[in-house]
Design a protein around this ligand. Structure first.
Ligand SMILES: *Cc1c(COP(=O)(O)O)cnc(C)c1O
Length: 579
């Protein structure tokens, strides 16, 4: 395979990418989105390459004891079994040392055979110092200093490597979150060439900006990296710190990766309409657009659902819009496919925990990163109320999953509270928590439950994607009106809203509405009007599966962000498929 090309290329930079179950180089939603983006870019034939870090020690494997206490162990995997080592080398300068960087190649193959190459950067080379060799080991591990060094490898090393690989055509750099923003520093230095720093002109900045687009992914402060200038000075040196100040990356004594990205890119977007508004209020001096996230339909449709779609709308594999016609599949077939999918989850639950759940009972799923703002235990706010609903209206069983970041004490506490709630409910409502939530388990869970629950604190959920995976499998969402659900919720048609769209400080109004709707609307329909419930299941595929996918999302990136000015006549035959 020849890698370099003189054609236009989009270079997609992401700190984490979920490529497949056997490659643990992601922690959660951001990485899964990145992987789904690449899968759809490959399907559509977008001329795109991706850059990330190797993460030799992965994220971590989660273990939970009988009380829900989490412990972690590194994930062992062998890059040489799933990736190809490239001969090319480049280097970055860290604290005056030259740190050598090499890369591994993974190829994402699309439905029509187009390939998206992914370069996973690696500093574990004999010519590097012991410590430098660990820089590409741990995703979100170590301290701030380690993180800054990783971001130098990703942004500056990644941009340098692409040149080594001879991507010589015009490149559009896509910063998927601010972690890779230092690539703009690399581009500015190239733009300067041999000229001294003080000769940097506004036109130089404009030239770099012309080539860069940025997606911001969260309003939560921890998602926006900042590094104290003293640290930046010791790691990158006086000259580069001065250059970062000149290009607007430094404010209030910090190198702010989000500000750097905002200032050096020509297109900035949030990941849902609501998130755009929230981001616009956070960064009023920039014009922020919206491209709502999606999921890769072929990856997240359970095999039983993929077979159902193949039978009725075989075109869905190449063109996800065909999922719209799922609306004409007979309800009985939707019901029997849902039952098969549920049986697979219940078998997995029994295998992992020994607990036998009842296939006839309303099964609610909740799985995502365990962190306080996601409020995984909201449904247990009033145990008496929940118990009385289960006793009087209809039985409920709950399946949970999700890892807490090793330093997130609040997230770990949440998991323990869920275990405790199971004790308190004393068998009236069965609660299971499945360990080690990752790609394969996520796929089984989103396809296996009857209802997908999501109740984060508004407006902190930028998009959320697990509900979209559920929708593709005919699982309605029951969610607060935040992130994608503001757009995806058609009340009683694709699922149900919890509360209204206003922020709810202490969560009390959300809790009340959650119980009320479960008691008066959802459970009565599930047990009393099973064909009405099946209509909601079917509409979640037809209305939401056909829209909240990365095929639609990548097309929007192509039209609105990557090549906004191009007409069909300007692009090669290969690229025309996109327009
Ligand atoms: C989809 C997914 C997520 C993200 O889920 P959200 O609903 O966006 O929080 C996290 N982890 C895994 C393993 C996933 O598959």
């Amino acid at each position: 395979m020849t890698l370099g090309t003189a054609r236009t290329t989009v270079a997609y930079f992401s700190m984490e990418i979920c490529l497949e179950q056997a490659i643990p180089t992601y922690s959660g939603g951001l990485g899964v989105l990145a992987g789904d983006t690449l899968r759809s870019a490959a399907d559509l034939g977008v001329p795109l390459v991706a850059v990330t870090l190797l993460h030799r020690k992965g994220y971590f494997e989660q273990h939970l004891d009988a009380t829900g206490q989490q412990s972690e162990t590194p994930v062992s995997w062998k890059p040489e079994e799933v990736l190809d080592r490239l001969p090319e080398r480049t280097s970055v300068t860290i604290e005056g040392r030259e740190v050598h960087v090499t890369a591994w190649l993974y190829s994402v193959k699309g439905v029509r055979g187009h390939v998206v190459p992914v370069f996973l950067l690696d500093t574990n080379l004999p010519e590097n110092s012991e410590w430098d060799r660990t820089l590409t080991d741990c995703l979100y591990g170590g301290d701030e200093h380690y993180r800054l060094c990783q971001e130098i490898v990703l942004g500056m090393g990644g941009a340098a490597l692409l040149q080594e690989l001879e991507y010589n055509g015009p490149v559009t750099y896509h910063l998927n979150e601010g972690h890779s923003a230092l690539l703009t520093l690399q581009l500015i230095e190239q733009q300067l060439g041999a000229r001294p720093r003080f000769e940097l002109e506004d036109e130089d900045i404009a030239e770099v900006r012309k080539h860069c687009v940025f997606t911001t992914h969260t309003p939560v402060p921890a998602g926006h990296d900042k590094f104290g200038v003293d640290m930046v000075k010791s790691v990158l040196g006086d000259d580069r710190l001065a250059l970062l100040e000149l290009i607007g990356g430094v404010s209030d004594g910090y190198l702010n990766m989000t500000h750097l990205a905002l200032h050096l890119t020509r297109f900035v977007n949030g990941v849902a309409m609501r998130h755009r508004d929230v981001s616009q209020a956070m960064f009023p001096s920039y014009n922020i657009k919206s491209i709502t996230n999606g999921v890769h339909a072929r990856t997240w449709a359970a095999p039983v659902f993929a077979a159902l779609f193949d039978k009725h709308v075989p075109e869905w594999r190449k063109d996800n819009l065909y999922l719209r016609y799922v609306e004409s599949i007979p309800l009985q077939e939707i019901r029997s496919t849902r039952a098969e999918s549920k049986a697979l989850l219940l078998r997995e639950v029994e295998k992992r925990t020994g607990v036998q759940l009842d296939p006839a009972v309303m099964t609610i799923g909740f799985a995502r990163r365990a962190t306080p703002y996601k409020r995984a235990d909201l449904i247990f706010s009033d145990i008496e109320r929940l118990a009385s609903i289960a006793r009087n209206v209809g039985k409920i069983q709950l399946v949970f999953g999700g890892k807490a970041h090793p330093h997130d004490g609040g997230g770990k506490e949440l998991i323990r509270r869920i275990f405790a709630a199971d004790e308190r409910l004393g068998g009236l409502v069965d609660v299971v928590y499945l360990e080690n939530y990752e790609m394969a388990l996520a796929a089984t869970m989103v396809a296996g439950v009857d209802l997908w629950l999501n109740n984060p604190m508004k407006p902190l959920e930028a998009s959320g994607t697990s509900g979209m995976k559920a929708a593709i499998n005919g699982v309605p969402s029951f969610s607060v009106l935040d992130g994608w659900w503001v757009e995806g919720c058609v009340e009683g048609v694709t699922g149900w809203a919890i509360g209204d769209a206003l922020p709810d400080g202490d969560g009390s109004r959300d809790v009340l509405d959650l119980y009320n709707k479960l008691e008066r609307v959802i459970l009565p329909m599930f047990y009393g009007l099973p064909f009405s419930y099946a209509e909601v299941m079917r509409s979640s595929i037809a209305l939401n599966g056909s829209f909240f996918n990365t095929q639609r999302m990548v097309r929007q990136y192509v039209h609105n962000a990557y090549f906004p000015d191009r007409l069909a006549t300007d692009v090669s035959v290969e690229e025309t498929a996109l327009l």
